[in-house]
Design a protein around this ligand. Sequence first.
Ligand SMILES: [Zn+2]
Length: 276
Amino acid sequence: MKAGPFEWPPGALALVAGLFGACVGSFLNVCIYRIPKDRSIVWPGSRCPACGGAIAWYDNIPIVSWLALRARCRTCGAPISPRYVLVESLVAILWAGLAWMHGWSPMFWLGAVAVAGLTLATFVDLDEMYIPDRVSLGGIVVGLVAAWLWPELHDADRRWVALARSALGAAVGAGTLWALACIGERIFGQEAMGMGDVKLMGAIGACFGWPAVLFTFLTSSLSGAVVGLSLVALRRRQLRSAIPFGPFLALGATLWLLGGRNWWDLYIGMLTRWRI
Ligand SMILES: [Zn+2]
């Protein structure tokens, strides 16, 4: 919770992180829209998808502008999807929560990058049914580098130990889902899980270690089953039709970052106590 000689109150920390999160969410909206189209994410500046008009900076302030413009383009009046605000608010809230829980620590920074990547993966997967490699493979690289820079992320004193734990996490993560994908294909005779999911779980393992993989696996399968079966019950989907799994992986990993790890430690603590 310490940043040099000055100690931030958690509320102020969360507020600052939340404001930055909203801006990052705004940038992620651009990425979600442009990456599947293979267009540059830095140039040109934001444009209205309806009329192509450039959006001025004062109409591009996260959340605020959408409300001020009453969800319409200033030039052509076309409605602006509430999803833009949803993504901005989501990242803002998650970054605020991370700052509140972890302070200005390596865990905050890695968690913040992870939340941004998982949000990107979630919405691209919902739109296009795939997860960009720069999120999944990029996440594996980020996890390995972070382990080397901050061994304490993996409860290690030495860099190579942390690096080994990060690599183990990536292998367990990708391996588990890859095995599941193979079994699924045998049983159902169709692709049950994409390679994007396999690589994304590898990234989750590289960043947060194999316990996070186990936790994410359990929470994502459970939430995925509940949502999938609900859609079938509501006759919105057929039992065999595919729903993207990326959003559930993102949900599981985010829960891990915002307290899941503590529940896990509690659970392991209980198990060891019983054994004694
Ligand atoms: Zn317009």
